[in-house]
Design a protein around this ligand. Sequence first.
Ligand SMILES: [Zn+2]
Length: 177
Amino acid sequence: MTKCMAAPLSRQQITNIALVVRTLDGTENELYFDIVRFMEIKLPRFIPDFNLIIEEKSKLGECHGLTYPDRNEIHIREDVYERALMGNGRDRLTMAHELFHLLQHEKKNISYARIESEEDIEAFRDPEWQADAFGGELLIPAHLIHNMTAGEIVEKCKVSYKAASYQLGKHRNQYVG
Ligand SMILES: [Zn+2]
């Protein structure tokens, strides 16, 4: 089986990339990150030929989002975009996930590996794991959540309960004491 492999990145490196994006946006001390506004207004200032394309449901099918890093294009299914606009956590995470593909997964960072079917590539080389990890780090900043409950994170960061509790589990140990 051929699998897509990205240049390896640790969670700490991904946390740092998310913090750089937050800092460029001027929202490094805010719990809420408006991913839609970032893509529509801020990102084109850094990447002038960036295009956010909202696609009809019939065109993207099962795909919630699709990114072409070498063309600087992110395609988001229209229902996903509309729900993200209304603050739906899962859809906001999809957009943050696609942002990472755009920033990190251009051709020069991706290779194709033939591996035994029962094996899997390590998470830190898996572009999908990396993009999921980044989405969580971007929408739920690790340095701001240490005294919060999952319920508070859901409300303040506008993310799903699943994402909030996962992120809390990832970072709780670093802040004990
Ligand atoms: Zn993806």
